[in-house]
Design a protein. Sequence first.
Length: 126
Amino acid sequence: MISDDPQAVRRIVNRLRRARGQLDGVINAIENEAPCRDVVTQLSAVTSALDRAGFAIISTAMRECLAQGAETSDAEESRNVSSQNTAQPLPAAAGTAAETSAEAAAETGAAKLTAAELEKLFMMLA
């Protein structure tokens, strides 16, 4: 799933539908032997629309990654404060925030993107 945010998904799908409409315009222009300038201009619009959709997907994933990191940090801080108040050590299996977040993703069946994966996807669009 691209996002847990239905509004973000709707915006991305709308961008892709606009790009599909623009691509149909390119095909029609070629079939109707439109001038080269018109075809290339429309093709440029399609490319730009697809790039914007790709960037929207990646930025949505980045926001979710940051939010998840903040939630994980808050939970870990709360756990640390709680353990200090009770003077009992944390279990050795508590793991790092990254491990906790990976375990949570595995439990939900949704593989979250790492920062390196997000960077790689971003660079694919550049």
